[in-house]
Design a protein around this ligand. Structure first.
Ligand SMILES: [Zn+2]
Length: 474
């Protein structure tokens, strides 16, 4: 048994382990104040079986995660006085670093995962439950915490509730995440997922300011989770110490509402684009290069990354931070812009969903380019049909297009779907930037028009099969 609950004062003997170069023992004590109030007594209560099961699972996880030689936890239950030991954590490892890290990790995880409830009695005689499992109830402090942003008419009670119900996944916990994580946690996002297989390196720290120098060599996801918990203890944080891949992408993305791409791998960006489209999740992707960055928001019904770049460029075509260099502040700013997109999206405010923003941080110029559906995009169309001249409306992808009735103005009946009416002859005088579907009585005139316009360089024009007789128009 490596997780012990006890109603008696705790006394764990240090254990010997011949291979252990580091043995860390931590004791958590009851102190005489909490959040400005004078504490005189403390009680711990738990469902012992559930708490022991969770606790043992956690210690086993720590053993594996930090390669420990030994680990034990003892936690008090019942009534404790000031100065009593509430919890003891012991960890033995080959080196001191693993032992220290494991000890800290176990303490954090106990607070978040093990169902032990704490009741404080204050000097004025009042008693309160102050911690209930992973989500301490702090309704009043939340009111104070979010007061300034809830004043905004665009946020208010409803917006704040939406933020608190939202689950956001950060793929890549580096420089972009250093910009996006603090404002997301600060804004009150309910749950954050962190995916990254890397350890903190000294050369990361000029831009990855979530981490401290002492974090070098430690898991990025773990340190970022600790940052988030410090900023807002009530936040739920999931860590995945693994790289996103074709095998795990769907599993990792599935339970989240929004996804932030904070990687510098093109393969990962295209994979996320595909998986998010398949699962109907909005994705905010960004990349940085020296003094510049670009950012776009890809909504499930908008043009995707591959509409813009139909072919996945090989990773070596684009420099990464490691090869081309980057000013530390650049990913921070782009990351903050990503958080801004997510927060706006959750609040129902306009996002960069059909645009690509190019941000030059030397000149502070922001150039926004329109993004449109590419009928040849393998992700959005899922078939060759969209590149064909003729479309059958029943099988159209769900994306946005303009429908134009090209019959003469006096021809009846009128279309029941929203559309514009531009007679065929006038269509020849126009350029069609957005995907456009032409309709006529039988599909013959529209076919001829689309074919001619394509020949003249309009790539996104289509003819509706069978014209007014197409069942989708009934
Ligand atoms: Zn696409």
């Amino acid at each position: 048994m490596s997780f012990i609950l006890s109603f008696e004062p705790l006394a764990l003997e240090p254990r010997e382990h011949a291979e252990a170069g580091g043995f860390v023992s931590f004791e958590g004590k009851v102190r005489n104040h909490a959040q400005g109030r004078s504490v005189i007594l403390l009680e711990y209560e738990a469902y012992p079986e559930m708490a022991t099961a969770q606790g043992n699972e956690l210690v086993e996880e720590a053993m594996e995660r930090f390669g420990l030689l030994d680990a034990r936890v003892a936690h008090r239950l019942g009534t404790l006085n000031i100065g009593d030991t509430a919890v003891v954590v012991q960890a033995a490892a080959a080196h001191r670093r693993e032992a220290f890290e494991a000890c800290e990790w176990i303490m954090d995880q106990i607070k978040w995962r093990v169902p032990i409830w704490k009741r404080e009695t204050y000097a004025d005689g009042v008693s309160e439950w102050v911690h209930a499992g992973s989500a301490p109830a702090e309704p009043h402090s939340d009111q104070i915490r979010f007061e300034r942003q809830m004043r905004l008419p665009q946020v208010g009670d409803v917006g704040q509730t939406n933020l608190q119900n939202a689950r956001v996944l950060l793929v890549g916990v580096g420089g972009l995440a250093a910009g996006s994580l603090p404002p997301l946690v600060g804004a009150g996002i309910g749950a954050i997922g962190l995916v990254d297989a890397d350890l903190v390196e000294l050369s990361n720290l000029h831009r990855q300011t979530l981490f401290a120098s002492s974090d070098a060599g430690r898991q990025k996801v773990e340190r970022a989770a600790a940052f988030a918990k410090r900023l807002r203890p009530a936040i739920e944080v999931e860590t995945h110490f693994e790289a996103l891949s074709e095998t795990n992408a769907t599993r990792l993305v599935d339970s989240f509402d929004w996804v932030l791409d904070g990687t510098d791998s093109l393969d990962t960006k295209f994979l996320l684009n595909e998986v998010c489209r398949k699962l109907g999740k909005p994705l905010v992707t960004a990349s940085v290069h020296q003094f510049e960055g670009q950012i776009m928001t890809i909504l499930p019904d908008g043009p995707c990354l591959q509409c813009l770049f139909p072919e996945v460029p090989p990773d070596h075509c684009v420099g990464t931070c490691a090869t081309s260099g980057v000013l530390g502040v650049v990913p921070g700013i782009l990351g903050a812009m990503q958080a801004n997109e997510v927060i706006k999206g959750i609040l129902g405010l306009p996002t960069l969903d059909r645009q690509l923003a190019l941000v030059d941080l030397l000149t502070l110029d922001v150039t926004r380019l329109e993004r449109i559906f590419n009928p040849k995009c393998p992700i959005c169309s899922g078939s060759e049909r969209s590149s064909a001249l003729e479309w059958d409306l029943q099988h159209l992808p769900t994306f946005d297009f303009d429908l134009i009735d090209i019959r003469e103005i006096d021809e009846q009946p009128n279309l029941k779907r929203p559309h514009q009416r531009i007679p065929m002859t006038s269509c020849y005088e126009q350029t069609f930037v957005r995907p456009t579907v032409f309709v006529c009585a039988t599909g013959r005139r529209s076919f001829r028009l689309a074919a001619n316009l394509r020949a003249a360089g309009n790539r996104h024009v289509f003819s509706l099969l069978d014209g007014l007789c197409n069942p989708a128009l009934k």
